[in-house]
Design a protein around this ligand. Structure first.
Ligand code: NDP
Length: 510
């Protein structure tokens, strides 16, 4: 990797195009900041349109003329395993990079993010070993023939990810694309690009992928991301981020009918049934709502409580929130780190003000933590609103911060209606001791993932994605791999008879 120091003495990172680290063609850079204290962390090359053109041309050539799409699945699997091994050797360093860059508590990146990312890469490697060939059932209509399906790579894939789960998301986008023989132009968020850069650095040093198979462009989404998504030489766009940008991506992809997968926002319900184990509920709700300060698309941002349990649960939650440690993400004791940016903090604070104006009550939080340690970071206290009604904006719109809206319900049908009354449909959780009842409720919830007595847990072998405006397409597991393939039907004629063909009489007796 070109890894230099900027004039200010910060680490500097370039674009990765056609197997080489390169500065932006106009020399422009941008600075990446530590969200915990506002200090600059690094500078990065800011790609121009000409740089994006070069990255796409490299990926195009690697797909159209290179060996990668035709490399055997077994060899691709070996390479993915080697990448996972090399990343694992940097495990703790990667966790530190991610925590500093995105403000994610080190406890989360160490114990979850890196491990999950590696598991996803290895899972893709294993699934890739399966030969992409599916025999079709025998039929003698419309003619006697042998039929099967080949799954083939789509081509050049633009992959755009947000800042909130960067290492894992890079793994779950690169893994399936590479396993199935595609080439990639990757754009991480300019707010937190450093763990993605570290992945590219590791892959570059391994030197196992042909040139141009993976390319990295850096810079602001409105410029670099939009140009990339609209580019006519790109075959597929895989995007994770806001629903607003997701809509734009669909429009940009439309002229070429590009393949698109979108993983977008959520307003996920945690639905507690009257018989739930409250000890489990209290732990689970805190984890669901405040993990990574609520900056996760599947975060539980609405808590639906039976009216009979409302006061007890809220009291216990408030008590536990009082004991949560907000602070430096690099401290292993920290429960909640900062938000990613000042803009994100302003957005969250705007929603807290809206909640108050709408008549909801702040049961705890609602402000910024006080003290020198928080002076320059983008911190917001974990906040619980009670008295929330389904029509309030804090119950309907994605806030993406440590803000939990509590709604009371009288009967389960009403709770299910509230859970489904959303433009989103990404995830939900159901809390009950009665598995049969919980499953019946899960069946009626319109969301891509429903956990029972759990929240947030992503499984590298299970599909993840949304209903409605949470997007479409699935990531992870075999479903995630399939999103990176075209389906080709092969028909082998077994009649070997041409006469009469024009008249569609091949099955008539001689
Ligand atoms: P965005 O959706 O704006 O950004 C996600 C990614 O898309 C980033 O890499 C960004 O680049 C890029 N991008 C931005 N605009 C465009 C565009 N016009 N064309 C192509 N790519 C683009 O999320 P934000 O980071 O701005 O967050 C805004 C809100 O979105 C949050 O408050 C939250 O509500 C929601 N969000 C949801 C996420 C989810 O997983 N559901 C993840 C992140 C945010 P860059 O950052 O460099 O500008």
């Amino acid at each position: 990797m070109r890894h230099e120091h900027s004039p200010e003495g910060l680490p500097h990172y370039d674009l990765y195009i056609d197997g080489d680290w390169q500065p932006a063609s106009n020399g422009q850079t941008f600075t990446v900041f530590d969200p915990a204290n506002g200090q600059p962390l690094a500078t990065c090359a800011s790609a121009t349109h000409a740089d994006v053109d070069r990255a796409i041309a490299a990926a195009r050539a690697a797909f159209d003329q290179g060996p990668w799409p035709h490399t055997s699945p077994a060899r691709r699997a070996e390479i993915l395993h080697a990448i996972a091994d090399a990343l694992e050797a940097r495990n703790f360093e990667l966790a530190e990079i991610e925590s500093r860059d995105a403000g994610v508590p080190l406890r989360k990146t160490t114990y979850n993010d890196i491990t999950l990312g590696l598991e996803i890469l290895r899972g893709c490697a294993e699934m890739a070993r399966k030969h992409p060939y599916e025999p079709l059932p025998w039929t003698d209509l419309p003619s006697v023939s042998w039929n099967f399906v080949w799954r083939e790579p789509i081509g050049v894939c633009a992959q755009i990810i947000p800042w909130n789960y960067a290492f894992c998301m890079a793994a779950w986008k690169l893994g399936p694309a590479l396993a199935t023989g595609n080439t990639v132009v990757f754009k991480p968020s300019s707010l937190a690009p450093l763990s993605t850069i570290a992945i590219f650095q590791t892959i570059h040093e391994l030197n196992l992928l042909p040139k141009g198979v993976i390319n990295l462009v850096l810079g602001p989404g409105g410029e670099v991301g939009e140009y990339l998504a609209a580019h006519p030489a790109v075959d597929k766009v895989a995007f994770t981020g806001s629903t607003e940008v997701g809509r734009k991506i669909m429009a940009l992809a439309a002229p070429q009918i590009k393949r698109v997968t979108l993983e977008l926002g959520g307003k996920n319900a945690m639905l507690v049934l009257p018989d739930a184990d409250l000890d489990l509920v209290i732990d689970g709700v805190l984890w669901g709502a405040f993990y990574h300060s609520g900056q996760l698309c599947e975060a539980g941002s609405r808590l639906l409580l039976p009216r009979s349990l409302h006061d007890t649960v809220v009291e216990r939650l408030v008590e536990r929130v009082r004991g949560m440690k907000i602070g430096d993400p690099m401290d292993l004791e920290t429960d909640l780190g900062p938000l990613i940016s000042e803009r994100q903090r302003e957005k969250v604070e705007r929603y807290i003000a809206i909640g108050r104006e709408e008549g909801a009550t702040v049961a705890i939080g609602g402000g910024r933590p006080l003290g020198e340690a928080f002076a320059n970071g983008h911190y917001v206290e974990p906040t619980i609103f009670t008295g929330v009604r389904p029509e309030m904006r804090i119950a309907r719109e994605e806030i993406f911060g440590p803000v939990l809206a509590v709604l009371a319900y009288d009967e389960i049908g009403e709770a299910i209606r509230i859970a489904n009354d959303s433009i989103y449909g990404l995830a939900a959780s159901v809390w009950s001791r009665d598995l049969q009842q919980a499953l019946a409720v899960a069946q009626r919830i319109r969301a891509g993932t429903v956990w029972i007595n759990e929240h947030h847990v992503l499984n590298p072998r299970a599909p993840f994605g949304g209903y409605r405006q949470s997007g479409f397409g699935r990531e992870m597991g075999q479903y995630g791999l399939d999103e990176y393939t075209e389906v080709k039907h092969i028909h082998v004629d077994l009649m070997q008879r041409r006469q009469g063909r024009l008249w569609w009489d091949t099955l008539l007796p001689e």
